[in-house]
Design a protein around this ligand. Structure first.
Ligand code: ADP
Ligand code: ZN
Length: 783
């Protein structure tokens, strides 16, 4: 029994706190959730350490309640979360909270209860008290609000902790079982009762199943229960997230490259990080599946991280088809209840493969044999608010601690990962060719300075011709444009007034659906006015810049016979996404126009043409990773072409045909791109050749933000050498959701010095209004 425990409370506070453990809660163990008093409140926390002595000279408060009989976390996972908190400069309790399924935290409020003395006073039998106090006491007794502090002082009222119920809990279903055979007389003229008894002879049943078998079973069961013939109960069930049955698949015969990769992964002993660099369609997924099958056979479990899993239902279906119920999915497309059930199946060991987005890196899988990070270069692995962790890097640390393999897969690895492989820290496994006989698609670059794009469809003559040919052949096409909406810039041509978001420093986008102007950052939307709000001139409002919505409409007009559909955040809401992908797979759509959602790992054999309408959209972003991002997007979208029997063709339209990102995507030459980009970064000390920490300063009052930035700048001037401070400067997205934003980048070669510098900058900040300074270790977003 531990007399004292360290608890990380689910609050944005640094550090952990010591509490004493009352004798009746002696079962409290590391990883268990507890309710603890914190200031005037009660909060949920997790025990991160047992034992030890009470800190001298400090009053230690007691744990109020133990929430888990079986700890929610294994000790290994607690340690991982503490590491994440330390590395990302985040509060440990917030990390632990993020690692649990949403909605399961409990808190408690202090509820006033009238004491026996108070009761007596109310009956007029207690001590005489002032009238105001008496009124307050009566209010508390009636469940109304009152100032309770003086009542507590006087011993008339005590504060009791009352637990709030967690938002999600296990779902249960009514069950029935047969207790005894009825006498003939008991069911003689009751055919329904007889039918229920007959059904239950095979064993206990769930009420819904019984009701399906015996119409009107509910009434019969009530009568039988009253007669003591059956017993009713409840049983925990799980919310279904998969279709009930899926045709199982068998492992494919590996290609020689796949076999070599599998042998290396299987041969690893203890922690082993791998980069599986395989071109699109090279069979990386099959390698994951077979590597995981071996891990499962050895009695261990697996975690598979995929970006935006809701976007790639095909991948989830492949895992499900191979592993059935051993597989659990965790992603934001599930309800809190569904996610909780999936988590519990993993925690109980019923499921041993966790497939999910970023936060699945914390899934309760033990013992862990392998972690796969598919499309490891994807920026969605970085959490951009709260605890700013990178799931790939946490995966590496988790695998190291668990002595597991960690396979990072991509056709376009991030520079960081590729550099790790080049330096020998990761073992490189290569799949240089597609798994089937089809070659990679032919990629042509269309110089938009020569071939001007049609103003409506954005198609240049070569791409329009290719699309017409593809349609004539009955094939499918994907057109990629990284801009949503109808028009991306709306302006009054009379006075030049541009329509911008009132809360963010960005242009509003015109959406024809609903006739609205929308902000793509905060969701704000407004009606399109008839006249200019500034100069009041009528009919001077013009729209410029094409988005996916406009292109979709224009294509429909230009190719009347073609079935055109659009995939972006506007059409992919809820069930829309599945419907759209299913219709495209059934070839009920000829041309799919979309944002980067179309570049993801889709496998549509009917697609022979991929067109990139404007490759330059990402290149112009103020981000040192913009070239890398562009190369990745171009390569990924190109990889959607020619996955069936017919060869694929890719046309990239651009104003910058000489850019390395475009040139190397054309020749499918990752290595050339890596060499050029890596050299450029080395010169500037950017990752992977240096480390970064970003400080993000934001607040609703502009001058308070400026003054905070000034604090940071002053502290930066006093820093010792070894680090470079860039900024403070206005963030490219200067205002977001009504908050002004500045940023500072701290750059350095050595992690310790960098971290110390970042801490000193944060400590130099005077508290001001609602200004926040957040630390972003290894930042990804440049906005
Ligand atoms: P990646 O994940 O690298 O994009 P996939 O695993 O999706 O590639 O494989 C691409 C296609 O090749 C799929 O249709 C898959 O069924 C097929 N494939 C993969 N491995 C093999 C194999 N060993 N033999 C035959 N077909 C394979
Ligand atoms: Zn906005």
């Amino acid at each position: 029994m531990a007399a004292y425990v360290e608890v990380a409370a689910f609050l944005p506070v640094r550090g952990t706190y010591c509490y004493s453990v009352p004798a009746d809660l002696a079962a409290a163990r590391v990883g268990a959730r507890v309710l603890v008093p914190f200031g005037p409140r009660g909060v949920t926390g997790v025990i991160v350490r047992e034992g030890g002595a009470a800190p001298a000279g400090v009053a230690v408060r007691a744990v109020r309640d133990l929430l888990d009989d079986t700890p929610a976390f294994d000790p290994e996972l607690v340690e991982l979360c503490l590491w994440v908190a330390e590395y990302y400069e985040a509060p440990p309790g917030e990390v632990l909270r993020a690692a649990l399924p949403a909605g399961t935290a409990q808190s408690y409020a202090q509820r006033p209860r009238v004491t026996p003395l108070g009761e007596a006073t109310l009956r007029g039998e207690g001590p005489a008290i002032p009238a105001a106090l008496r009124r307050a006491l009566a209010a508390v007794a009636a469940g109304k609000r009152a100032r309770v502090a003086p009542l507590v002082e006087a011993g008339l009222v005590a504060l009791e902790a009352e637990r709030s119920r967690p938002r999600v809990a296990a779902r249960t279903v009514a069950t029935v079982r047969l207790l005894r055979e009825p006498d003939a007389a008991e069911v003689a003229r009751a055919p329904r009762r007889a039918a229920v008894v007959e059904a239950l002879r095979g064993g206990p049943m769930d009420m819904p199943a019984l009701a399906a078998r015996v119409p009107g079973a509910a009434g019969a069961v009530r009568a039988l229960a009253a007669a003591g013939i059956v017993e009713r109960g409840r049983r925990e069930t799980q919310r279904a997230v998969w279709p009930a049955t899926v045709a199982p698949t068998q492992p494919l015969q590996p290609t020689p490259q796949q076999a070599a990769a599998l042998a290396e992964i299987a041969g690893a002993d203890g922690f082993a990080p791998f980069l599986l660099h395989g071109v699109t369609g090279s069979g990386k997924t099959e390698v994951y599946l077979q590597a995981i099958a071996r891990v499962i056979a050895a009695g261990k479990g697996a975690i598979v991280l995929v970006p935006e899993i809701a976007l790639t239902p095909q991948l989830a279906a492949r895992f499900r088809a191979r592993f059935g119920d051993l597989c659990a999915v965790l992603h934001s497309g599930l309800s809190d209840g569904e996610r909780y059930d999936q988590w519990r199946r993993l925690r109980a060991g019923e499921a041993r493969i966790a497939l999910g987005a970023r936060s699945a890196v914390f899934a309760p899988v033990a013992p862990l044999g392998i972690i796969v990070v598919d499309e490891e270069h994807d920026p969605s692995f970085k959490q951009e608010e709260g605890v700013r962790y990178h799931a790939r890097d946490v995966a590496l640390m988790r695998a190291r601690r668990a002595g597991a393999a960690c396979v990072l897969g991509s056709a376009t690895p991030s520079l960081e990962t590729c550099e790790n492989a080049r330096a020998g820290r990761f073992r490189l496994l290569e799949l240089p060719a597609r798994a089937t006989a089809r070659p990679l698609p032919e990629v042509e670059v269309v110089d938009l300075r020569t071939f001007q794009p049609d103003p409506e469809t954005l198609l240049s003559a070569p791409l329009a011709r290719a699309l017409a040919e593809s349609l004539a052949a009955g094939d499918q096409a994907i057109l990629f444009l990284n801009r949503r909406g109808f028009a991306t810039f709306v302006v009054c041509v009379g006075c030049g007034h541009a329509f911008r978001c009132a809360h963010c420093s960005v242009s509003l986008t015109y959406h024809r659906a609903g006739e609205r102007l929308r902000c793509h950052y905060c969701g704000h939307s407004e009606h399109v006015p008839i006249s200019c709000p500034k100069c009041h001139a009528p009919e001077t409002i013009r729209r410029f810049g094409l988005g996916t919505e406009r292109v979709e409409a224009a294509l429909g007009a230009r190719f009347p016979g073609a079935r055109v559909a659009r995939l972006d955040r506007d059409t992919a809401e809820g069930k829309g996404l599945r419907d759209l992908l299913d219709r495209f797979a059934r070839r009920e759509i000829d041309v799919l126009v979309g944002t980067q959602m179309v570049t993801k790992g889709h496998d549509f054999p009917g697609v022979t043409l991929v067109g990139v309408l404007l490759a330059d959209t990402a290149l112009s972003l103020p981000d040192f990773r913009s070239a890398e991002r562009t190369f990745q997007l171009l390569t990924q979208v190109a990889g959607r072409a020619g996955r069936g029997d017919r060869a694929g063709r890719v046309l990239i339209q651009t104003y910058a045909p000489e850019h390395p990102a475009v040139r190397c995507a054309r020749t499918h030459d990752y290595h050339a791109f890596f060499a050029a980009e890596s050299a450029a970064r080395a010169e500037l000390g950017y990752p992977p050749h240096g480390r970064l920490i970003a400080l993000r300063i934001d607040g609703s009052v502009e001058h308070e933000v400026h003054m905070t930035a000034h604090d940071v700048a002053a502290a930066a001037a006093r820093l010792p050498g070894g680090v470079t401070v860039l900024g403070p400067a206005e963030a490219p997205l200067r205002r977001l959701m009504g908050r002004t934003r500045w940023r500072v980048w701290v750059k350095g070669a050595e992690r310790g010095a960098l971290r110390a510098a970042a801490r000193r900058l944060v400590e130099a900040v005077e508290p001001r209004g609602d200004v926040r300074v957040s630390v972003d270790v290894d930042p990804i977003s440049a906005l």
